[in-house]
Ligand binder design. Structure first.
Ligand SMILES: [Zn+2]
Length: 284
């Protein structure tokens, strides 16, 4: 099984080398030896169709697999109907952009529980999500995967169990497994190969063997507090976990396929290459 590696967003070095536009990223990544790119609409979907199609063409030309990150403002659990309306609109506009860009996966954060009891918030999130899936399929976006992400802060929805439950809603919903977030939420939970193996097995048991053939992963070292995630670091900041070696061994052992997106601060592409090198070394 092969895994594709790439960054979330553009490395500092990309700009330091004088590049300005994400249109130039696919070629830059391919020249580095990377295979994937996660383009972020974190602050809103603001791309023209022309630019989107240029990125698509570049990704095709340089064989880069593209995923998108939907805006951070999404909250499936909001008690405010107006915010739910906006949440739906953010996801629909990311889907539209995905179509232009040829992206097959959309990563998003499910939202926050706010003042609601967790179960109540999650059940609202689930029913809103059902409506979104319905609308997505009605609008002809049914071949694009929605990938809710495991989150790193206590108050956010998105424990691994919650994400797996959302994934059971539709074939075209698959998890974004953010190992840094799981590590942070569990206050340093991921250390040994067994720790990672537990996660892979839970996904397999809940979603089936097939789910491991197209797994979308996020990885970075992460600092945390009692409340969970604090800050993403680079792979060189070894005082923060998790390490990638035990995960790489587990990915190989379970013949996991899919994508690993590196979310290091500033050096995401360089670190994605480090992760790829570690993985290829273990695979040998
Ligand atoms: Zn995210």
């Amino acid at each position: 099984m092969s895994i594709l590696f790439g960054p979330a967003g553009n490395s500092d070095s990309f700009y330091e080398q004088g590049y300005k536009s994400s249109v130039e990223m696919p070629k830059w990544l391919r020249n580095m030896g990377l295979d994937a790119y996660e383009y972020s609409f974190s602050r809103g979907v603001n791309i023209t169709q022309a630019t989107a199609e240029k990125i698509r063409d570049q990704c095709e030309e340089h064989n880069i697999s593209l995923s998108l990150h939907a805006p951070y403002y999404i909250n499936l659990a909001s008690p405010d109907d107006n915010k739910i309306k906006k949440t739906k609109w953010y996801l629909m506009s990311t889907l539209e952009a995905a179509k232009w860009m040829g992206a097959s996966k959309i990563v998003f954060h499910p939202g926050s529980r706010g003042d609601q009891p967790r179960e109540q918030a999650f059940s609202r999130a689930k029913s809103v999500f059902r409506e979104i899936i319905q609308e997505k399929n009605n609008k002809g976006f049914d071949n694009i995967y929605l990938c809710p992400e495991t989150m790193g802060k206590k108050n956010q929805l998105g424990t691994l169990d919650e994400i797996l439950e959302l994934c059971r809603e539709d074939d075209k919903v698959i998890p974004t497994v953010d190992f840094g977030h799981i590590h942070a939420l569990g206050r340093g939970a991921l250390n040994t190969a067994d720790d990672f193996e537990d996660i892979i097995k839970r996904i397999r048991d809940e979603l089936g063997e097939q789910s491991l053939k197209n797994l979308h992963c996020h990885f970075s070292r992460i600092e945390y507090t009692q409340a969970g995630e604090r800050k993403h670091w680079t792979y060189g900041h070894t005082q923060y976990g998790p390490d990638f070696e035990p995960l790489a061994a587990v990915l190989h052992k379970y013949e996991v396929g899919g994508t690993v997106i590196c979310e290091s601060r500033g050096t995401m592409a360089e670190d994605a290459l480090k992760l790829k090198t570690i993985y290829l070394e273990i695979k040998k």
